[in-house]
Design a protein around this ligand. Structure first.
Ligand code: SF4
Ligand code: SF4
Length: 432
């Protein structure tokens, strides 16, 4: 597969959905209160808001049975593209339906037909014109690194071992720079050979892909692969969960690869260095905290192996793949490194009912926070209630987007949960 499939190409997949509704629930619920895996259906409370409902509407579009209406578009925009439905569907139906790829195709079709909402158009214009969704000046993208003895990749520099990819969320968040700079300084002190992408760091393509702007996503992906190639680095380390998901699971859809370059999240990289004894963590607190698995760091960061999506039919009813191939259930995401780092800092990890590949989205992704903010807010409220049900007042996560959205919701709604970004804890715990 060298290109994401179109809705037309996925018509068989759309038609194979048996309307069982498993995609609304975690595979093995521990309680009724936290059985849902789909923030969109929790918000819309109507089948159209589920993955299955979107597949039916996608088929309706193809067969000219439905039109673009406000309600239809609202149901699509309420979906956070969290991929929970995909993991749950595959438990029973393996490769038969693969709803997430159809959700991507549906969004691309909506964009192609000119029905993207104004919020998506603003986001994509900012990504195209400024290289970040906020519309901040490109020239300021590397200000976070001012004063560090950290070279920009290329720019006449010898190749370094590691290219740091910071991502726009952190690069433009001045209040996050002290923590970011502190971690980078510790890495430099430890003798790590690092460069960063400077103002040429392109958008990862993750958000553009989620919104349905496939060609823009492809262009951003190509620019990133080219920058990594030019840098000569042998490892790419990103601070961004959504970039990690794009690098591992969106780029292969475009037939793009980093070749032999290793791709790691910052938590995986630091965890490796701690395990090798090159870095030391000090105890920050011995209070326990719940850990929220970000969708983009967890199930959506499981590497995608391009494969043949064509199925053969045996005995008129049984669908089989043509060749044995790995199925992506979401189990191979980045789950252990953040937990190990919390343990190394003295924080016992409290597992939420919905964790790892069955995690529940915070609501911030897929353009939902911008297009349907009340849906995004409800997802965060649900997640914070789950934290409270565990009896811990603290939630740690390893995605700056999740941390910002969850803490903003807790503040705005007076929910007594303290949300911490693991990055800030690492900045305190890493020994200089
Ligand atoms: S998408 Fe999968 S889990 Fe959901 S209703 Fe269809 S077959 Fe069932
Ligand atoms: S991607 Fe997430 S929000 Fe969208 S339908 Fe699937 S589970 Fe629901």
């Amino acid at each position: 597969m060298n290109s994401p499939q179109t809705l037309e190409e996925r018509s068989d997949f759309l038609a194979r959905c048996v309307r069982c509704s498993q995609c609304k629930f975690v595979p093995a619920p521990k309680s009724k209160a936290y059985a849902s895996i789909c923030p969109s259906i929790d918000y819309g409370n109507f089948h159209a808001y589920s993955a299955s409902g979107q597949l039916i509407n996608g088929l309706g579009l193809l067969e000219d049975k439905i039109q673009y209406t406000e309600e239809f578009l609202h149901s699509v925009q309420s979906c956070t593209m969290c991929g929970g439905c995909d993991s749950s569907c595959k438990v029973n139906y393996a490769e038969l339906v693969q709803p997430l790829d159809s959700l991507y195709a549906l969004r691309a079709r909506i964009v192609r037909d000119g029905h993207a909402p104004a919020t998506y158009r603003t986001l994509i214009d900012n990504l195209r014109n400024h290289g970040n969704k906020l519309g901040r000046p490109r020239a300021e993208r590397s200000r976070w690194a001012d004063g560090l003895s950290l070279a920009v990749a290329g720019a006449g520099q010898p190749a370094a071992e590691v290219l740091l990819h910071v991502g726009a969320d952190l690069a433009y968040a001045q209040d996050r720079w002290p923590g970011l700079r502190s971690i980078v300084q510790v890495l430099l002190n430890a003798g790590e050979s690092l460069v960063h992408g400077g103002t040429d760091e392109a958008p990862s393509g993750s958000l553009a892909f989620d919104l349905g702007y496939t060609e823009e996503s492809r262009a951003f992906a190509s620019a990133t692969v080219e920058q990594v190639r030019r840098s000569g680095a042998r490892t790419l380390v990103t601070f961004s969960a959504s970039a990690l998901a794009a690098f591992r699971a969106v780029y292969p859809r475009f037939g793009l690869s980093f070749g032999s370059v290793r791709v790691l999240h910052i938590t995986e990289y630091v965890h490796e260095l701690v395990a090798k004894g090159r870095l030391t963590l000090r105890v920050v607190t011995t209070d326990s905290a719940a850990y929220h698995d970000p969708c983009k760091l967890g199930r959506l960061a499981e590497p995608l192996q391009p494969h043949d999506t064509t199925l053969d039919v045996k005995m008129n009813a049984i669908y089989v793949t043509r060749t044995p191939q790995a199925l992506r259930f979401g189990n191979d995401g980045c789950y252990e490194a953040p937990r190990a780092l919390m343990g190394g800092m003295g924080m016992p990890v409290v597992e939420l009912e919905r964790n790892r590949s069955a995690s529940y989205c915070c609501g911030a992704g897929g353009g939902t926070r911008e297009a349907v903010p009340e849906a995004a807010r409800l997802a965060a409220r649900n997640r914070l209630a789950e934290v409270q049900s565990c009896g811990t007042p603290t939630l740690v996560t390893a995605c700056s987007g999740c941390a910002a959205h969850l803490s903003e919701t807790a503040r705005a709604e007076g929910i007594q949960v303290q949300v911490l970004d693991l990055l800030d804890l690492l900045a305190q715990a890493l020994q200089p």
